[in-house]
Ligand binder design. Structure first.
Ligand code: NDP
Length: 338
């Protein structure tokens, strides 16, 4: 059994990964930003595992040096997931880019200094399929890279993920001294939440299910289940052939109307919006709302990322997007988070 570090252990994907690593019998250490968040995490995970009290917690912030060496020291593998993923779009992109990039470098530096070789980093589909000049390709693959300089097709979060992943590969190539890196590129992640604190990722399901979007813009997302993102991290850590590789994790594309239909079928008694918001209205609202600005930039677009490589790694198909939507809905209702 190995000792494994999960950075940003309080996050949505990280909570699933921590549970899966414990289930496999590993010892798990996690970084959190405060002791209070660590306690909340232990309490939340205690509902899912008898081993919650054993999780070792270290305080570390991506924006500071303190704690990273201690966090990494003595582990066999680092899964680096911590990165800012806020609902709001900041005015200054550096608010996201700095912690994402410098944090990834802090983790890699700590790994090199303490002799830890194996690192699996959650990047994002955001590092693959944005910053595109001209028409979108039919499919993006692991060979594609977001161009963060083309800001018309690259909001600050997207830039932060592309820049952080590039920085990690550059560091490993130039100064890594044998660090073995794999990166994972999930698209929009849904699936079961493990605590009521989970926010950004499942917000779209919470809003549609809660009837908080009166009309639905003609936009959509390629989706993936959080259990498959966790499984990819674990498969990557166990398979030396994944060193130096990227793995897109993506199932089907769903428009907001598709998501609403899936939810309405599962919850016929709820009033779920089904009317399309005219594009003109989305564009008008984009002038005053950051959320709508993001949606307006995606109107009518279909970014499709290929997932042949990860299916081969996992040796199976991915969990269907509709199951991921329904698992989010079911658990959001359980936690009264709708
Ligand atoms: P969450 O927001 O739930 O988790 C993000 C984690 O990063 C939290 O633990 C958060 O800590 C931590 N974090 C943020 N800023 C800092 C900081 N300055 N210092 C230390 N820790 C910090 O998001 P997800 O679980 O969804 O995302 C996890 C990873 O997956 C991220 O790298 C994200 O970019 C990536 N990803 C997510 C996708 C999605 O759809 N969910 C899709 C593709 C990639 P705290 O709890 O204290 O805020």
């Amino acid at each position: 059994m190995a000792t494994i570090l999960v950075t940003g252990a309080s996050g949505f994907i990280a909570q699933q990964l921590v549970l899966d690593l414990l289930e496999e019998g590993h010892r798990v250490r996690g970084t959190v930003r405060s002791a209070a968040k660590g306690e909340a995490l232990r309490r939340a995970l205690a509902a899912h595992t008898e081993r919650a009290a054993e999780i070792e917690l270290v305080e570390a912030d991506l924006e500071g040096d303190s704690g990273w060496r201690e966090a990494v020291d003595g582990v066999d593998v680092v899964h680096h997931l911590a990165s800012p993923f806020p609902m709001a779009v900041p005015r200054d992109p550096d608010e996201l880019i700095r912690p994402a990039r410098d944090g990834a470098l802090r983790v890699l530096r700590a790994a090199r200094e303490t002799g830890v070789r194996r690192v699996v980093q959650t990047s994002s589909g955001a590092a693959v399929a944005y910053g595109v000049r001209g028409p979108l390709p039919e499919r993006f693959t692991e060979d594609d890279w977001t161009d963060p300089t083309h800001t018309a097709d690259c909001r600050p979060y997207v830039a932060s993920k592309a820049i952080a992943e590039r920085a990690a590969w550059d560091y490993v190539a130039s100064e890594g001294q044998g660090i073995e890196l794999t990166t994972v590129q999930p698209v929009a992640v849904l699936g079961p939440i493990r605590s009521a604190q989970v926010k950004t990722s499942v917000d779209i399901v919470a809003r549609i299910l809660g009837g908080k979007l009166p009309m639905l813009p003609d936009a959509g997302l390629q989706l993936v289940d959080v259990r498959d993102v966790s499984a990819t991290h674990i498969a990557a850590m166990n398979d030396p052939a994944t060193v130096g590789e990227r793995y897109i994790v993506a199932d089907g594309f769903r428009t907001l109307e598709d998501i609403a239909r899936t939810l309405q079928n599962a919850y016929p008694d709820r009033r779920i919006p089904n009317r399309r918001m005219p594009d003109l209205l989305v564009r008008a609202l984009a002038l005053v709302s950051g959320d709508m600005k993001t949606i307006a930039s995606e109107l009518g677009k279909r970014r499709i990322l290929a997932s042949d490589k990860v299916r081969k790694l996992l040796g199976r198909d991915l969990i269907p997007s509709d199951d991921a939507i329904l698992a989010s809905a079911e658990t959001l209702l359980q936690y009264e988070a709708v």
